[in-house]
Design a protein. Sequence first.
Length: 550
Amino acid sequence: MIKDILFQIKYTFSQITFNRKKKRIQRLKESFGKIKSGSFNFESIEKYYRNKDNSEAYQILSDKTCNDLDFDDLFMFLDRTNSKVGQQYLYNKLRTIELDEQQTKLNESLITELSKNTELRISFQEKIEKLNHKDAYYITTLFQEEHIKPPKWFFMVKLLSFASLVSLILSFYNPAFLLVLLGIFCINFVFHYWNKNNLIQYVGSIPQLLKLNSVASHLFVNPLFKKLNPNLSKPIQLINTLKIRMSFFKLEAKLQGEFEIIAWFLFDIFKTLFLLEPLLLFGVLKRLNTKRTEIENVFQFVGHIDLLISIASLRSGLQTFCLPNITNKNEIITKEISHPLIFNCTTNNIHISKKSILLTGSNMSGKTSFIRAIGLNIIAGLTINTCFAKSMSFPLLNIFSAIRISDDLMNDKSYYFEEVLTIKEMIKESTNGRRNLFLLDELFKGTNTVERISAGKSVLSALTKNNNLVLVSTHDIELTDMLSNEYELYHFSETVNNKTVGFDYKLKEGKLKNRNAIRILEINGYPKEVVNEAIEISKELDKIYSLKNN
């Protein structure tokens, strides 16, 4: 009878496990190629990038450029990772531009295998998902941040722990030592709870490090991934030497979240009696401090694999994408390029070569979105080897932008002064000896027309020197004439009917000839006297401008 009951319990448990696994596999299949749902904690996602030394990268994208190009929105669209480790690794990858042709070829071969072998991919995803707990964000603190150090009087902790053990043993021979043990326990109680603030910083990260190392061990067994880091077995083994000591923190985390309060209480008394927490914590931290490189190697290995699965998932969900052709020619050639964050985006073609590009057109016609589309595609092409176009060719570029500028009231800086500083930095970078791409939207909006046009012309002429490429939009038609020798002219236009304004978002050659701003005022019900006066003034200004040109 008892055997039957035990068999039934075992069978029921196995069925529950089987059903959970079946649902998990189905979820992973269905989510492949789809955008992630849920919130994004960018403060935690950025943690690895903010603390990492990326000084050897070709370029680190500035916060200014990321803000201009809606980088956080791009990340949320691109991110199909299965773990917090993968998220942090992907974020760092997208913010640091570097080119490694051999690594790119290896990545593509792995992405191809992950895309076509569903069963294999899901088996990897199941393992990597174990690192999707929010505490996994803090693994990076173990190899990037300074660890807390024991105080000078820490030797007393060791003495008290030893005294507790001796008193406990002697109490079996003489009960009087129980009073000694009780006195020591009271002292230990103070040290034990003093250490709680230290412990709380690591009770999440250290158990996650154990999981990371376990996941890496399973992934490294597969020959497919050994090429990513052939020497990874040594770091895995070194971290494993601390497994027994670190398992204490894993047990601590489980007791806090799963076991009965009585079990936790008894375990806490045991730890207090022998001061296990401070002894193990500072002992483990001392050893981890010597293994920072090994921990980061394991972190990067798992993060890289999650990144590759994420790229495979991204491409699976795209209607159109291409692998970029990175050339040595100083030109950008795109065919049917789109903005990745605009649903059903209208595609465009462009060839930027000997001359940079000056865009004209009214507001909402597509100028700024097109400039951002070029920037985002080049970033994605240089970092994850994926462009949102039918084909795209460009060289290794430094990317700088001045698109979204605002007042800095906290530091007493006006919009114009902020723009002046941004453009000054661009002019400085234009002579850095590298190929640069400058993305600008309506220069010097914060000043008067005459000085805006004058300063705009001189700045745009300076930026095109040294084989730099520039994409800039403007409402100042005068600039199209002044810069026609240095810039190719393109425009976006709208169609104005009796009561509507329509946009086709198609890039057209030449400068904008039709002006509809006043007509749009009329469509939107402005008083006739206001519209008529605006028309008359515009005619007078056109005459003055024509006379100056002649």
